[in-house]
Design a protein around this ligand. Structure first.
Ligand SMILES: C[S@@+](CC[C@H](N)C(=O)[O-])C[C@H]1O[C@@H](n2cnc3c(N)ncnc32)[C@H](O)[C@@H]1O
Length: 365
Protein backbone atom coordinates (compact mmCIF):
# COMPACT_ATOMS: atom_id res chain seq x y z
CA UNK A 1 0.00 0.00 0.00
CA UNK A 2 1.51 3.33 -0.94
CA UNK A 3 0.89 6.13 1.55
CA UNK A 4 -0.22 9.21 -0.31
CA UNK A 5 2.28 11.51 1.39
CA UNK A 6 5.65 9.84 1.73
CA UNK A 7 7.89 12.87 1.73
CA UNK A 8 10.36 12.19 4.51
CA UNK A 9 11.77 15.45 5.86
CA UNK A 10 15.49 15.74 6.30
CA UNK A 11 17.02 15.82 9.77
CA UNK A 12 17.29 19.60 9.41
CA UNK A 13 13.53 19.78 8.94
CA UNK A 14 12.98 17.68 12.01
CA UNK A 15 15.22 19.49 14.46
CA UNK A 16 12.68 20.95 16.91
CA UNK A 17 13.49 24.57 16.20
CA UNK A 18 13.45 23.92 12.46
CA UNK A 19 10.28 21.82 12.28
CA UNK A 20 8.00 23.11 9.61
CA UNK A 21 4.38 23.92 10.20
CA UNK A 22 2.07 22.46 7.61
CA UNK A 23 -0.76 24.83 6.74
CA UNK A 24 -3.90 24.22 4.75
CA UNK A 25 -2.16 25.92 1.81
CA UNK A 26 0.59 23.25 2.06
CA UNK A 27 -1.86 20.43 1.43
CA UNK A 28 -1.66 18.23 -1.60
CA UNK A 29 -5.07 18.73 -3.21
CA UNK A 30 -7.12 15.60 -3.76
CA UNK A 31 -6.52 14.08 -7.17
CA UNK A 32 -9.46 13.32 -9.44
CA UNK A 33 -9.08 9.64 -8.56
CA UNK A 34 -9.11 10.33 -4.82
CA UNK A 35 -12.13 12.56 -5.16
CA UNK A 36 -13.97 9.98 -7.24
CA UNK A 37 -13.20 7.23 -4.70
CA UNK A 38 -14.42 9.35 -1.81
CA UNK A 39 -17.61 10.27 -3.67
CA UNK A 40 -18.29 6.70 -4.68
CA UNK A 41 -17.99 5.61 -1.01
CA UNK A 42 -20.30 8.43 0.06
CA UNK A 43 -23.00 7.35 -2.39
CA UNK A 44 -23.21 3.99 -0.58
CA UNK A 45 -23.04 5.63 2.85
CA UNK A 46 -25.98 7.90 1.95
CA UNK A 47 -28.03 4.82 1.09
CA UNK A 48 -27.15 3.42 4.54
CA UNK A 49 -28.33 6.67 6.10
CA UNK A 50 -31.68 6.31 4.35
CA UNK A 51 -32.09 2.71 5.45
CA UNK A 52 -31.21 3.61 9.03
CA UNK A 53 -34.20 5.97 9.11
CA UNK A 54 -36.50 3.10 8.13
CA UNK A 55 -35.13 0.89 10.91
CA UNK A 56 -35.45 3.57 13.61
CA UNK A 57 -37.24 2.32 16.72
CA UNK A 58 -35.27 -0.90 17.11
CA UNK A 59 -33.30 -0.93 20.40
CA UNK A 60 -29.98 -1.62 18.74
CA UNK A 61 -30.48 0.84 15.88
CA UNK A 62 -31.63 3.85 17.92
CA UNK A 63 -28.67 6.15 18.35
CA UNK A 64 -27.67 7.16 21.88
CA UNK A 65 -28.42 10.78 22.87
CA UNK A 66 -24.66 11.37 23.06
CA UNK A 67 -24.35 10.67 19.30
CA UNK A 68 -27.60 12.12 18.02
CA UNK A 69 -27.09 14.87 15.39
CA UNK A 70 -23.45 15.28 16.42
CA UNK A 71 -22.14 15.64 12.87
CA UNK A 72 -25.21 17.26 11.27
CA UNK A 73 -23.12 20.33 10.37
CA UNK A 74 -21.18 18.18 7.87
CA UNK A 75 -23.96 17.86 5.28
CA UNK A 76 -21.62 19.19 2.56
CA UNK A 77 -19.17 16.40 3.29
CA UNK A 78 -21.89 13.75 3.19
CA UNK A 79 -23.01 15.19 -0.16
CA UNK A 80 -19.45 14.84 -1.50
CA UNK A 81 -18.72 18.56 -1.98
CA UNK A 82 -15.07 19.10 -2.88
CA UNK A 83 -14.49 21.98 -0.43
CA UNK A 84 -15.82 19.91 2.44
CA UNK A 85 -13.80 16.84 1.48
CA UNK A 86 -10.63 18.95 1.30
CA UNK A 87 -11.45 20.06 4.88
CA UNK A 88 -12.59 16.70 6.28
CA UNK A 89 -10.05 16.77 9.09
CA UNK A 90 -11.18 20.20 10.28
CA UNK A 91 -14.72 18.84 10.43
CA UNK A 92 -13.87 15.63 12.28
CA UNK A 93 -13.33 17.14 15.74
CA UNK A 94 -16.28 15.38 17.48
CA UNK A 95 -14.49 12.04 17.16
CA UNK A 96 -11.45 12.87 19.25
CA UNK A 97 -12.64 16.11 20.81
CA UNK A 98 -9.63 17.76 19.17
CA UNK A 99 -10.19 20.62 16.75
CA UNK A 100 -7.32 21.07 14.30
CA UNK A 101 -8.49 24.57 13.43
CA UNK A 102 -8.28 25.59 17.08
CA UNK A 103 -5.48 23.15 18.02
CA UNK A 104 -7.47 22.58 21.16
CA UNK A 105 -9.55 20.07 23.08
CA UNK A 106 -11.40 22.71 25.11
CA UNK A 107 -15.15 22.77 24.32
CA UNK A 108 -15.39 26.49 25.11
CA UNK A 109 -12.75 27.15 22.42
CA UNK A 110 -14.09 24.69 19.86
CA UNK A 111 -17.84 25.30 20.27
CA UNK A 112 -19.96 27.73 18.33
CA UNK A 113 -20.19 28.61 14.68
CA UNK A 114 -16.91 28.06 12.86
CA UNK A 115 -15.83 29.44 9.52
CA UNK A 116 -13.60 26.94 7.74
CA UNK A 117 -13.06 28.94 4.56
CA UNK A 118 -9.62 30.31 5.49
CA UNK A 119 -8.11 27.98 8.08
CA UNK A 120 -4.58 29.38 7.69
CA UNK A 121 -5.46 32.74 9.22
CA UNK A 122 -6.38 30.96 12.46
CA UNK A 123 -3.45 28.54 12.27
CA UNK A 124 -0.73 31.22 12.03
CA UNK A 125 -0.86 31.80 15.79
CA UNK A 126 0.01 28.14 16.45
CA UNK A 127 3.10 28.27 14.29
CA UNK A 128 4.10 31.50 16.02
CA UNK A 129 3.87 29.79 19.42
CA UNK A 130 6.34 27.15 18.27
CA UNK A 131 6.69 23.56 19.40
CA UNK A 132 5.85 22.61 22.95
CA UNK A 133 7.49 19.71 24.72
CA UNK A 134 4.73 17.22 23.93
CA UNK A 135 4.81 18.01 20.21
CA UNK A 136 8.63 17.80 20.21
CA UNK A 137 8.43 14.33 21.76
CA UNK A 138 5.77 13.34 19.22
CA UNK A 139 8.00 14.44 16.33
CA UNK A 140 10.95 12.56 17.82
CA UNK A 141 8.86 9.41 18.27
CA UNK A 142 7.44 9.69 14.75
CA UNK A 143 11.00 9.87 13.45
CA UNK A 144 12.30 6.97 15.57
CA UNK A 145 9.48 4.65 14.51
CA UNK A 146 9.11 5.96 10.98
CA UNK A 147 10.16 2.71 9.35
CA UNK A 148 8.06 0.43 11.58
CA UNK A 149 4.92 2.21 12.62
CA UNK A 150 4.92 5.89 11.75
CA UNK A 151 2.26 7.79 13.68
CA UNK A 152 1.69 10.59 11.24
CA UNK A 153 -1.18 11.35 8.89
CA UNK A 154 -1.04 12.42 5.24
CA UNK A 155 -0.89 16.07 4.36
CA UNK A 156 -4.29 16.01 2.71
CA UNK A 157 -7.96 16.60 3.52
CA UNK A 158 -7.10 19.29 6.04
CA UNK A 159 -4.42 17.54 8.11
CA UNK A 160 -2.45 20.43 9.59
CA UNK A 161 0.26 20.53 12.21
CA UNK A 162 3.99 19.94 12.27
CA UNK A 163 5.66 18.06 9.46
CA UNK A 164 7.16 14.71 10.48
CA UNK A 165 8.16 11.61 8.52
CA UNK A 166 5.44 10.51 6.06
CA UNK A 167 3.09 13.31 7.07
CA UNK A 168 1.81 15.49 9.86
CA UNK A 169 2.05 15.35 13.66
CA UNK A 170 -0.62 17.12 15.70
CA UNK A 171 -2.78 16.62 18.80
CA UNK A 172 -4.71 13.81 17.11
CA UNK A 173 -1.58 11.89 16.17
CA UNK A 174 -0.32 12.30 19.73
CA UNK A 175 -3.52 10.60 20.92
CA UNK A 176 -3.00 7.81 18.37
CA UNK A 177 0.62 7.40 19.52
CA UNK A 178 -0.50 6.83 23.08
CA UNK A 179 -3.15 4.37 21.94
CA UNK A 180 -0.81 2.40 19.70
CA UNK A 181 1.85 2.27 22.45
CA UNK A 182 -0.69 0.86 24.90
CA UNK A 183 -1.97 -1.62 22.32
CA UNK A 184 1.60 -2.79 21.77
CA UNK A 185 2.20 -3.02 25.53
CA UNK A 186 -0.93 -5.20 25.77
CA UNK A 187 0.17 -7.47 22.89
CA UNK A 188 -2.82 -6.44 20.77
CA UNK A 189 -0.78 -5.29 17.78
CA UNK A 190 1.45 -8.35 17.92
CA UNK A 191 -1.70 -10.51 17.80
CA UNK A 192 -2.41 -9.41 14.22
CA UNK A 193 1.13 -9.29 12.86
CA UNK A 194 1.02 -12.73 11.23
CA UNK A 195 0.31 -12.47 7.52
CA UNK A 196 -1.36 -15.79 6.70
CA UNK A 197 -4.25 -16.04 6.96
CA UNK A 198 -4.98 -12.35 6.50
CA UNK A 199 -5.81 -11.03 9.95
CA UNK A 200 -9.23 -9.51 10.49
CA UNK A 201 -9.55 -6.41 12.66
CA UNK A 202 -13.03 -5.22 13.59
CA UNK A 203 -13.11 -1.64 14.84
CA UNK A 204 -16.42 -0.51 16.28
CA UNK A 205 -16.83 3.27 16.18
CA UNK A 206 -13.93 4.13 13.86
CA UNK A 207 -14.24 7.94 13.95
CA UNK A 208 -12.68 9.52 10.86
CA UNK A 209 -10.54 6.42 10.24
CA UNK A 210 -7.23 7.63 11.67
CA UNK A 211 -6.36 4.52 13.68
CA UNK A 212 -7.39 2.34 10.73
CA UNK A 213 -5.07 4.31 8.45
CA UNK A 214 -2.11 4.04 10.83
CA UNK A 215 -2.52 0.30 11.47
CA UNK A 216 -3.19 -0.56 7.84
CA UNK A 217 -0.15 1.41 6.65
CA UNK A 218 2.03 -0.55 9.09
CA UNK A 219 0.35 -3.92 8.47
CA UNK A 220 -0.88 -3.83 4.86
CA UNK A 221 -2.21 -7.40 4.92
CA UNK A 222 -4.93 -6.60 7.45
CA UNK A 223 -8.56 -6.89 6.50
CA UNK A 224 -9.99 -3.96 8.40
CA UNK A 225 -13.70 -3.84 9.19
CA UNK A 226 -15.25 -0.59 10.44
CA UNK A 227 -18.66 -0.75 12.10
CA UNK A 228 -20.15 2.68 12.68
CA UNK A 229 -23.17 4.93 12.49
CA UNK A 230 -23.62 5.80 8.80
CA UNK A 231 -23.28 9.54 9.58
CA UNK A 232 -19.79 8.92 11.00
CA UNK A 233 -18.93 6.37 8.35
CA UNK A 234 -19.26 9.22 5.84
CA UNK A 235 -15.98 10.49 7.32
CA UNK A 236 -14.06 7.20 7.56
CA UNK A 237 -15.23 5.78 4.23
CA UNK A 238 -14.40 9.01 2.37
CA UNK A 239 -11.09 9.46 4.22
CA UNK A 240 -9.76 5.92 3.81
CA UNK A 241 -10.98 5.60 0.20
CA UNK A 242 -9.06 8.76 -0.70
CA UNK A 243 -5.99 8.31 1.52
CA UNK A 244 -5.40 4.69 0.53
CA UNK A 245 -6.02 4.83 -3.20
CA UNK A 246 -4.88 1.24 -3.77
CA UNK A 247 -7.08 -0.27 -1.07
CA UNK A 248 -10.01 -2.45 -2.00
CA UNK A 249 -13.06 -0.86 -0.42
CA UNK A 250 -16.19 -2.89 0.25
CA UNK A 251 -19.51 -2.37 2.02
CA UNK A 252 -21.81 -4.80 3.77
CA UNK A 253 -25.22 -4.16 5.29
CA UNK A 254 -26.74 -7.62 4.95
CA UNK A 255 -29.53 -6.10 2.84
CA UNK A 256 -28.54 -4.03 -0.19
CA UNK A 257 -24.80 -4.72 0.02
CA UNK A 258 -24.56 -8.42 0.73
CA UNK A 259 -21.60 -9.99 -1.04
CA UNK A 260 -18.43 -7.97 -0.64
CA UNK A 261 -15.26 -8.81 -2.51
CA UNK A 262 -13.58 -11.36 -0.21
CA UNK A 263 -10.18 -9.74 -0.69
CA UNK A 264 -11.34 -6.38 0.65
CA UNK A 265 -8.85 -4.20 2.55
CA UNK A 266 -11.58 -2.15 4.25
CA UNK A 267 -15.12 -3.32 4.87
CA UNK A 268 -17.59 -0.66 6.02
CA UNK A 269 -20.62 -1.88 7.94
CA UNK A 270 -23.47 0.29 9.30
CA UNK A 271 -24.16 -0.38 12.96
CA UNK A 272 -27.65 -1.71 12.22
CA UNK A 273 -26.09 -4.66 10.34
CA UNK A 274 -24.02 -5.91 13.28
CA UNK A 275 -25.89 -9.20 13.70
CA UNK A 276 -25.61 -9.86 9.96
CA UNK A 277 -21.88 -9.16 10.12
CA UNK A 278 -21.44 -11.63 12.99
CA UNK A 279 -23.02 -14.27 10.73
CA UNK A 280 -21.00 -13.19 7.70
CA UNK A 281 -17.42 -12.92 9.04
CA UNK A 282 -15.37 -16.09 9.50
CA UNK A 283 -13.85 -14.61 12.70
CA UNK A 284 -12.37 -11.41 14.14
CA UNK A 285 -8.76 -11.74 15.26
CA UNK A 286 -8.75 -8.38 17.01
CA UNK A 287 -11.64 -6.17 18.07
CA UNK A 288 -11.05 -2.48 18.74
CA UNK A 289 -13.09 0.19 20.44
CA UNK A 290 -11.76 3.50 21.67
CA UNK A 291 -13.73 6.28 23.29
CA UNK A 292 -17.03 5.04 21.98
CA UNK A 293 -18.66 2.10 23.81
CA UNK A 294 -19.13 4.43 26.78
CA UNK A 295 -21.15 6.81 24.56
CA UNK A 296 -23.52 4.14 23.21
CA UNK A 297 -26.65 2.61 24.70
CA UNK A 298 -26.52 -0.45 26.94
CA UNK A 299 -28.38 -2.51 24.30
CA UNK A 300 -25.70 -1.62 21.74
CA UNK A 301 -22.68 -2.44 23.93
CA UNK A 302 -24.36 -5.65 25.07
CA UNK A 303 -24.96 -6.59 21.42
CA UNK A 304 -21.38 -5.79 20.44
CA UNK A 305 -20.01 -7.76 23.42
CA UNK A 306 -22.16 -10.79 22.56
CA UNK A 307 -21.22 -10.64 18.88
CA UNK A 308 -17.51 -10.28 19.62
CA UNK A 309 -17.66 -13.28 21.97
CA UNK A 310 -18.95 -15.24 18.93
CA UNK A 311 -16.42 -13.83 16.47
CA UNK A 312 -13.20 -13.97 18.51
CA UNK A 313 -11.30 -17.27 18.25
CA UNK A 314 -9.95 -18.64 21.57
CA UNK A 315 -6.78 -16.54 21.16
CA UNK A 316 -8.63 -13.49 19.81
CA UNK A 317 -8.60 -10.20 21.70
CA UNK A 318 -10.68 -7.08 22.14
CA UNK A 319 -8.72 -3.92 22.97
CA UNK A 320 -10.95 -1.24 24.37
CA UNK A 321 -10.18 2.15 25.88
CA UNK A 322 -13.01 4.13 27.42
CA UNK A 323 -13.77 6.34 30.38
CA UNK A 324 -16.43 5.58 32.95
CA UNK A 325 -18.95 7.94 31.33
CA UNK A 326 -21.86 7.58 33.79
CA UNK A 327 -21.56 11.20 34.92
CA UNK A 328 -22.41 12.36 31.36
CA UNK A 329 -25.27 9.89 30.97
CA UNK A 330 -22.98 7.32 29.34
CA UNK A 331 -21.90 3.86 30.45
CA UNK A 332 -19.32 2.04 32.53
CA UNK A 333 -18.27 -0.33 29.76
CA UNK A 334 -16.66 -3.19 31.77
CA UNK A 335 -19.97 -3.77 33.61
CA UNK A 336 -21.54 -4.75 30.28
CA UNK A 337 -18.67 -6.41 28.41
CA UNK A 338 -17.98 -8.71 31.37
CA UNK A 339 -21.33 -10.42 30.67
CA UNK A 340 -19.81 -11.90 27.52
CA UNK A 341 -16.01 -11.58 27.69
CA UNK A 342 -13.20 -12.19 30.17
CA UNK A 343 -11.08 -9.27 31.36
CA UNK A 344 -7.45 -10.24 30.64
CA UNK A 345 -5.96 -6.75 31.00
CA UNK A 346 -2.35 -6.68 32.11
CA UNK A 347 -1.57 -4.93 35.37
CA UNK A 348 -2.18 -1.22 35.79
CA UNK A 349 -0.20 0.86 33.31
CA UNK A 350 -0.15 4.06 35.32
CA UNK A 351 -1.73 7.30 34.19
CA UNK A 352 -3.21 7.12 30.72
CA UNK A 353 -4.87 10.29 29.54
CA UNK A 354 -7.28 9.03 26.96
CA UNK A 355 -9.44 6.40 28.68
CA UNK A 356 -8.80 3.27 30.73
CA UNK A 357 -7.23 0.64 28.45
CA UNK A 358 -8.61 -2.88 28.80
CA UNK A 359 -8.04 -6.19 27.08
CA UNK A 360 -10.79 -8.81 26.76
CA UNK A 361 -10.80 -12.41 25.58
CA UNK A 362 -13.61 -14.87 24.90
CA UNK A 363 -14.75 -16.79 27.97
CA UNK A 364 -13.70 -20.45 27.78
CA UNK A 365 -16.66 -22.71 26.93
C1 LIG B 1 -15.90 9.77 20.33
S1 LIG B 1 -15.92 8.97 18.78
C2 LIG B 1 -14.44 8.02 18.89
C3 LIG B 1 -13.83 7.77 17.55
C4 LIG B 1 -12.52 7.00 17.56
N1 LIG B 1 -12.71 5.65 18.04
C5 LIG B 1 -11.48 7.71 18.39
O1 LIG B 1 -11.10 7.19 19.45
O2 LIG B 1 -10.99 8.77 17.96
C6 LIG B 1 -17.22 7.75 18.98
C7 LIG B 1 -17.43 6.84 17.77
O3 LIG B 1 -18.42 5.86 18.12
C8 LIG B 1 -19.36 5.79 17.06
N2 LIG B 1 -20.65 5.27 17.52
C9 LIG B 1 -21.58 5.87 18.30
N3 LIG B 1 -22.63 5.03 18.45
C10 LIG B 1 -22.34 3.89 17.76
C11 LIG B 1 -23.01 2.65 17.54
N4 LIG B 1 -24.21 2.41 18.06
N5 LIG B 1 -22.40 1.70 16.82
C12 LIG B 1 -21.18 1.93 16.27
N6 LIG B 1 -20.50 3.08 16.44
C13 LIG B 1 -21.07 4.04 17.16
C14 LIG B 1 -19.42 7.24 16.57
O4 LIG B 1 -20.04 7.33 15.32
C15 LIG B 1 -17.93 7.57 16.54
O5 LIG B 1 -17.30 7.06 15.39
Amino acid sequence: MTPTDDRTPTTRDRAPNRARFCYFRDQTPLSDTQLARARSALATVRSFMDLQKELEGDDFVTVSPLWTKVTDYAAGLVAGEKDALERLRFLSWPFSGISLLHMSTRPEVIGGQTDYTDPDAALAQFEARGLDLEMTHALDAAEQFSSILPITLPRQMGEVGWLGPHGVVNLDTIAFSERVAVMAEFGAIQRVMQQTPRQIVVEIGGGFGGLAYILKRALPGLQYVIVDLPSSMAFSAAYLSAMMPDARIAFFDGRTETAPDEEYDFLFVPHYAWDDLVQFLPRADLGLNTLSFAEMTEAQVDGYGRGLADLLPPDGLLFEQNFDDRRRGGLNVPDILSRHLKDVSPADLGPILRGVPKLWAPKPN
